[in-house]
Ligand binder design. Structure first.
Ligand SMILES: O=C(O)CCC(=O)C(=O)O
Ligand SMILES: [Fe+2]
Length: 986
């Protein structure tokens, strides 16, 4: 028999002996299924079981009822009967034979071990340690035996006897015993501490004793010659871990053999080990800190330590202790949840990706726990081999995450796109062209010229015969937009437009846009990836685009060029170089529209980004049918747009709500003309007007620009900071908080700041706080409240103070001159004043009780993607060491893919510059990049500045109510979709 197997069996039996004590000889109850198998495979039961069970003395026995049942089964069981008859009889007390299962179940029950006088047997059932092993090939019986005895069982598999593992209850019992042992040790330490001063050496010795290789390591161990002392030390560690479990070899074996059936049991030991170690540290710490008693139910209650003892511990230590106990509990319950189900069962329904994620997370979790353990020991885990172990796991985790991310980007409807291509109606022209070229070649007429034309169009998707060049593209300006917006009439030929429309319809992929409310956008869309078509359209467009755009970094680029972006990132010359190959084909039916918006932009990096929208109308829609593209004045409040939300009954009888711009806000209109191209800078507020009749199709893309001059040297640091910050955010949003922390840590302080220019050219420094900074800046969180407070006070001053003063004066007058009118006046004013004081009081109380207010540090400083992210703004006056804080904004994780914008506040002196818009837009992008799809917020009618900002940014009011705190003041709930906000930070 293999040594490993023997070792395992020995460990199991030792554990049983430690938990229950084992009788000698060890009774083995054999049932007919086991005996039958033994007979079939010619197994000598006493010999083989003796060897299997580590050479222990065994007493093989059976019961009368088992034999009786065999007799009843007749000649089939004759051989088995013979085998069973050779065994000793365990007294089963059944005067009338019962079924073997019932009899064995009773025999296995510890209470059934009382001997009877009349039944002589060599099996000593009077022994209090009498706890038999069941030998049975019946699974049902074995699981019953596990429950009743807590002992492992024996079975025969392919003629080989096997010992099953320890039942879960026994393992738990064993762990408790060990924990109790540890407590006793800790109590001893307490006694020593009480007798003399704290014996620091105890702690010191413990700390040294635990040092050693990471038992969770999967790396190959370096063979070292151990000194006697080291050997002793490692023995101690192993005896602390578990007499029977060598964790490193366990994990290694798992890696080598894959996940066999026994795998799921192993991490239980790991968990037990870590939990024990943490608790042990905790106990030792408490006993060493003060000579007090440690409550026996330490881990049972919430705090873990009795109230009176808690009082003796200094505040800062107490909080840490309680957190430690709480964390240990959490760890335990998390592991329990995972371990409750066998591995195979738990992962049965998982996709390979989910399975890989589960495995890696588990591995990462175990190593992370060991990291915690080392920290508890006072060691620096970053210098320990657990560090390399964690690093090693992170690589595959990243790859798995990258795969998962891919799955989360179902932007292009691949099937529809394939059908679009397959339908090939718009490619027909290309095939036709090729055919003609071949014919022409064959005819060898005007070979050189024609071949040149043919080559040019070889891969063309656009129709060479319907060349718009011939018809002439006509450039038409829009208002005073200049190069920032114009129309190219006849950009696509009618045939090209029709083929695009037909192919889109044939693909069946035109669907409502996901994540958008119908009130906001009701048209249908097909997203395509067509690099060749994009390339050809760009070649046609290129002559009409400026050769370069120049940003000097001084002027306000947003007003002069109307593109999104920070000036320091835009500074320099840019040239148009391609169209975004991701094309969006939209269809409007009567009643459908697209509310006022700014188009999203595509940023590859700081040298390559989109700046202009490319939009071709594929249909003619006369002005009387609506459906124009309206350019809007964005200097006006968005609230006017919201207020024009209207409800209309469409021709099909459906009732539709729609947000649209009022006439007064429209600067100019472009009516759809088949084949016309509309080019305009992204940062132009516009809308797709409601279509009244007919069908409208458009094809949309983005014009990409790239840098032609080097980025300014001085901005190197900023770019690096931006890259690091994005990387940290990416990691953090994937739950790799530790790594994100490392990256954040490597960012220099100054580099963490970004420059932001607001609408009126005001430059600000914007800062994303780290958890640590957030803790330090905690007080800042109160600012928006104090502003609200001030605003409220202003309101109240106009009524409450004046009314109180009036009421007091009236009362004085009435008292002095005894005028009934004054009495009446005082009586009328006093209750209103009282009511307002009451309101103020209520507001103050509720402010302090707001859940997010109370838990603010927790949100700011908690790990993981649920954190609240804050952006703080300083004025960026040159040379100012400590620039004043001018505003805050933050975001709070709500649930799933929804977050909440909170604490937007801009000092009154800085309002009206577009600061609020800029930071909110930035926050929306940050949140969208983190995977949030929706952002909600709550505000009141009193905060008109904020309301305007939200509405400008596309937030839609979803609810309105009044609360007891501010009676009569409407409270609004707003919501915005973030799906278009995602993208690299610019
Ligand atoms: O349909 C229109 O006229 C406007 C469409 C639009 O703005 C867009 O798709 O982004
Ligand atoms: Fe648009």
């Amino acid at each position: 028999m293999r040594a490993k197997k023997l070792k395992r069996n020995r460990r199991i039996l030792d554990a049983c002996a430690e938990t229950f004590g084992l009788a000698d000889p060890l009774p083995v109850l054999i049932d007919s299924s086991f005996a039958r198998m033994a007979l079939r495979h010619k197994v000598n039961m006493s010999d083989q079981l003796h060897r299997l069970l580590d050479g222990r003395n065994l007493a093989l026995c059976t019961t009368r009822c088992v034999i009786k049942e065999c007799q009843l089964l007749g000649p089939v069981m004759a051989g088995t009967l013979k085998v069973l008859s050779c065994l000793e009889l365990h007294p089963c007390h059944h005067k009338r034979a019962t079924t073997a299962v019932r009899c064995l179940t009773k025999a296995l029950r510890p209470v059934a071990t009382e001997p009877t006088v009349d039944e002589a047997s060599s099996v000593s059932a009077s022994d209090p340690n009498w706890r038999p092993l069941l030998a049975s090939n019946s699974e049902r019986l074995r699981s019953l035996a596990h429950e009743l005895t807590g002992m492992p069982c024996l079975l025969l598999e392919h003629g080989q006897p096997l010992l099953t593992g320890l039942p879960a209850d026994t393992r738990r019992l064993l762990a408790e015993r060990r924990l109790r042992g540890l407590r006793a040790e800790a109590d001893e330490a307490a006694a020593v501490a009480a007798a003399a001063t704290v014996d620091a050496s105890v702690l010191k010795r413990r700390r040294r004793r635990q040092r050693g290789a990471n038992p969770l390591s999967c790396l190959k161990k370096k063979r070292k010659r151990q000194t006697e002392q080291q050997q002793q030390k490692s023995d101690e560690v192993h005896c602390n871990i578990d007499n029977n479990v060598d964790l490193s070899s366990t994990i290694c074996r798992r890696r080598k053999r894959g996940r066999r059936a026994g795998w799921s049991r192993r991490p239980w030991h790991v968990r037990q080990f870590i939990v024990e170690q943490l608790q042990q540290q905790f106990l030792v710490f408490i006993t060493a800190t003060s000579p007090m008693e440690v409550d026996d139910d330490l881990e049972a209650d919430s705090g873990g330590v009795g109230g009176s003892q808690l009082d003796d511990i200094p505040d800062e230590i107490r909080a840490n202790l309680l957190r430690l106990v709480g964390s240990v509990d959490e760890v335990e319950s998390a592991f329990d949840a995972v371990m409750r189900q066998p591995y195979e069962e738990r992962t049965a329904d998982m996709t390979p990706l989910e399975k890989a994620k589960f495995d890696l997370t588990f591995l990462y979790g175990m190593n992370a726990l060991y990291w915690v353990y080392l920290r508890c020991q006072g060691q620096d885990p970053s210098k320990h081999s657990v560090r390399s172990e964690l690093d090693r796991v992170v690589g595959p985790m990243r790859r798995v995450q990258a795969e998962a991310d891919k799955a989360r980007q179902p932007r292009i409807d691949v099937d529809a796109a394939k059908r679009f291509v397959k339908a090939g109606m718009w490619r027909a022209a290309h095939d036709k062209a090729r055919q003609r070229r071949l014919e022409r070649e064959q005819a060898a007429a005007t070979a050189a010229d024609e071949k040149a034309i043919g080559d040019e169009n070889e891969e063309a998707n656009l129709d060479p015969d319907e060349s718009v060049e011939a018809a002439g593209i006509c450039r038409v300006p829009i208002s005073d937009f200049g190069n920032q917006g114009f129309v190219l009439r006849g950009f696509l030929s009618p045939g090209e437009c029709q083929r695009l429309v037909d192919s889109a319809e044939a693909s069946g992929g035109l669907k409502p846009t996901p994540f958008f409310r119908q009130e906001y956008r009701s048209c249908h869309r097909l997203v395509l990836h067509e690099p060749e078509l994009a390339r050809q359209m760009f070649l046609r467009l290129r002559p009409y685009l400026p050769d370069k755009l120049t940003f000097n970094g001084q002027d306000d680029p947003i007003t002069s060029h109307r593109v999104h972006g920070a000036p320091w990132l835009l500074k320099g010359n840019w040239e148009p170089y391609c169209l975004n190959p991701v094309l969006r084909l939209c269809r409007y039916h009567p009643g459908q529209h697209f509310s006022p918006h700014y188009d999203g932009l595509l940023v590859h990096d700081d040298a390559c980004r989109s700046m202009q929208t490319f939009m071709v109308y594929l249909t003619d829609n006369p002005a009387s049918d609506g459906g124009a593209t309206n350019f809007l004045d964005d200097g006006l409040s968005m609230s006017s747009l919201i207020s024009t939300t209207e409800s209309a009954t469409e021709s099909d009888g459906t009732e539709r709500q729609r947000m649209s711009a009022p006439q007064s806000q429209i600067i100019c209109q472009v009516h759809p003309e088949r084949g016309s191209l509309l080019v305009f800078n992204h940062y132009r507020l516009h809308e797709g007007e409601r279509l009244a009749a007919g069908v409208k199709y458009i094809l949309r893309s983005d014009i990409m620009y790239r840098r032609i001059t080097a980025a300014p040297q001085s901005d190197e640091k900023f770019r690096e900071a931006l890259r690091l910050q994005q990387e940290a955010e990416r990691l953090e949003s994937r739950g790799q908080a530790d790594e994100a922390q490392l990256i954040s840590g490597s960012m220099e302080d100054q580099a963490k700041e970004e420059q932001l220019v607001c609408r009126t050219g005001l430059k600000l420094r914007m800062r994303l706080l780290t958890a640590k900074e957030a803790e330090e800046y905690f007080w800042v969180a109160l600012m928006p409240y104090s502003w609200t407070n001030r605003r409220l006070a202003e309101i109240i001053a106009t009524c409450w103070q004046t009314r109180t003063a009036c009421a007091t004066l009236a009362a004085l007058a009435a008292w002095r001159w005894r005028r009934p009118v004054a009495w009446l006046l005082a009586g009328a004013l006093a209750p209103t004043a009282l009511l307002h004081s009451l309101r103020l009081l209520l507001w103050l109380i509720s402010t302090r009780q707001l859940p997010d207010y109370a838990r603010f540090p927790e949100f700011w400083c908690g790990e993981g993607p649920n954190r609240l992210y804050g952006v703080f703004l300083d004025s960026a006056e040159a040379g100012q060491q400590q620039p004043p804080l001018v505003g805050t904004v933050a975001s709070l994780h709500l649930d799933g893919d929804t977050c909440e914008l909170q604490r937007l506040g801009v000092l009154p002196a800085y309002r009206g510059h577009g600061v609020g818009d800029a930071v909110c837009r930035r926050l929306m992008r940050l949140c969208a990049n983190r995977g949030y799809r929706r952002m909600q917020l709550g505000t009141t009618q009193l905060q008109q500045y904020a309301v305007d900002i939200y509405e400008r940014l596309g937030f839609i009011r979803t609810d309105q109510f009044t609360s007891i705190i501010l009676p009569g003041v409407p409270i609004y709930r707003y919501e915005a979709e973030l799906s278009d906000a995602a993208g690299p930070l610019d």
